[in-house]
Design a protein around this ligand. Structure first.
Ligand code: DSN
Length: 462
């Protein structure tokens, strides 16, 4: 056989291999606090690197457009079954589509399936903790295609408390009359009130669509309220708290339900609408290697170890939160119920960009984020921190005390740099790069962080 096909990556392409090895080392030596990231298991990575990658299988199990799908069908049916099991769903009430390539395509498929072009959706505004695909647009531009092809109106959080303003949502929904209300977040540290969302959806004869991408692992473990009881459709990614492959799943209610209007039975035909929106509406061949990874992740999600892991994720987030509060930081909503928290840096005279940059230079990865009441999304004052990835590496509450101290030291350094640079980010970055005293402090702190992080093992093939 052609040696191009036979050789290992290290031998065939040392240039690329070196870069991947460096990324692997960065992951090992860094503190990964991006709330949407995780370290998936070796068995999921084995699925992703398997021969399943080679196969085309447009259509659904038993109804494929190409031949040779006997085993692919078996895998997809297994993944579907395990998805329902992981969330305690009865196959007579719920079905799922495991083909979405990830969360954004999954959400677009939901709107495509349930709405006409320009149909109306209401989701939490991105600067308030929602997601791009919940209809994000700005004064100047429709940013997400979900606001180009559909009409969206955001709901907001109360700028003082940081909590979702359900009363305003209820009021605005009566004026806007959405066909879909979205209950989902990418930066919000409190449990959602799905019952309240359901009531508002019912008042407007709208579907309730829950996007549980961030919290799916916590839901599967049963440690926070589940969206399934009240929702018509639920989407998720499978790589965040769920710790599986990069992929998406859409769950839909089956058959005839009577929850949308008190007492009045409403016919649901969600199954066909969702399945046809995914394929042939928006996607082509499913990523069978990822679907196999979903099957593995959902098997893991029913285990006691997974439950303990999710409990630890939340315990760690609460501990990181209280330690940062003890160090004087303000946390949006004053705490967390989940896997993440949002630090409000306005009283620290720092922007999220500066904080993110300094922390990155000392091997702590996290992201800047708007905080409720921020005037500009381009210059946000928050820092989003999540615990799923480091919890996978085995960090416990007392380890997060150390993480809080490293973050604090990094932010103190950011304040020191600002004193030298003045307020502009470009000057700040110049001082960070070129000032010898700052450089020395960065190097010392980076070494301390990396020595600490390096002690915690990483799963995986690299
Ligand atoms: N990019 C993900 C997040 O960080 O929340 C969501 O798509």
């Amino acid at each position: 056989m052609n040696d191009m096909l036979e050789k290992d990556l290290e031998e065939y392409d040392p240039e690329l291999y070196r870069i991947i090895a460096q990324e692997s080392e960065r992951q090992r030596l860094g503190l990964e606090l991006i709330a949407s990231e995780n370290f998936t298991s070796r068995s999921v990575l084995q699925c992703l690197g398997s021969c399943l990658h080679n196969k085309y299988s447009e259509g659904l199990p038993g109804k494929r457009y190409y031949g040779g799908n006997e085993y692919i069908d078996e895998i997809e049916i297994l993944a579907q079954r395990r998805c329902l099991e992981a969330f305690g769903l009865s196959p007579s009430e719920w079905g799922c589509n495991v083909q979405p390539y990830s969360g954004s395509p999954a959400n677009f498929a939901v709107y495509t399936g349930l709405l006409e072009p320009h149909g109306r959706i209401m989701g939490l505004d991105l600067p308030d903790g929602g997601h791009l695909t919940h209809g994000f647009f700005t004064n100047n531009k429709k940013i997400s295609a979900t606001s180009i092809f559909f009409e969206s109106m955001p709901y907001k959080v109360n700028p003082d408390t940081g909590l979702i303003d359900y009363d305003q949502l209820s009021y605005d929904a009566k004026l806007f009359k959405p066909k879909i209300i979205i209950a989902g977040v990418s930066c919000y540290s409190r449990c959602l009130d799905y019952k309240k969302f359901r009531e508002i959806a019912d008042e407007n004869n709208a579907y309730l669509f829950s996007d549980m991408a961030h919290i799916a692992g916590l839901v599967a473990a049963g440690i926070i309220p589940s969206p399934f009881k009240y929702s018509d459709v639920v989407s998720t990614t499978t790589h965040k708290t769920l710790r599986g492959p990069r992929a998406g799943v859409i769950f839909y209610r089956k058959g005839i339900r009577d929850i949308r209007k008190n007492g009045e039975t409403v016919m649901y035909d969600l199954e066909d609408k969702i399945n046809q929106a995914v394929f042939p509406g928006l996607q082509g061949g499913p990523h069978n290697h990822a679907i196999a990874g979903i099957a593995v992740a959902m098997k893991q999600a029913t285990t006691h170890n997974f439950f303990k892991y999710q409990e630890q994720v939340v315990a760690n987030a609460k501990r990181l939160c209280s330690q940062l509060q003890n160090l004087g930081y303000k946390i949006s909503t004053d705490g967390t119920d989940l896997h993440m928290l949002l630090v409000d840096l306005r009283s620290n005279n720092l922007t999220g960009s500066k904080a993110e940059k300094v922390l990155e230079t000392i091997s702590i990865a996290c992201n800047k984020n708007t905080v409720p009441g921020d005037k500009s999304a381009l210059n946000p004052h928050g820092l989003r921190l999540g615990t799923p990835a480091l919890t996978t590496r085995g960090l416990k509450e007392e380890d997060f005390d150390r993480v809080a101290i490293y973050i604090h030291k990094g932010l103190q350094l950011a304040n020191e740099i600002t004193l030298k640079s003045g307020p502009k980010l470009v000057d700040f970055n110049n001082v960070l790069k070129s000032d010898a005293t700052i450089q020395q402090k960065v190097n010392d702190l980076k070494e301390e962080v990396e020595n600490f992080a390096g002690k915690f093992p990483l799963p995986g093939l690299f």
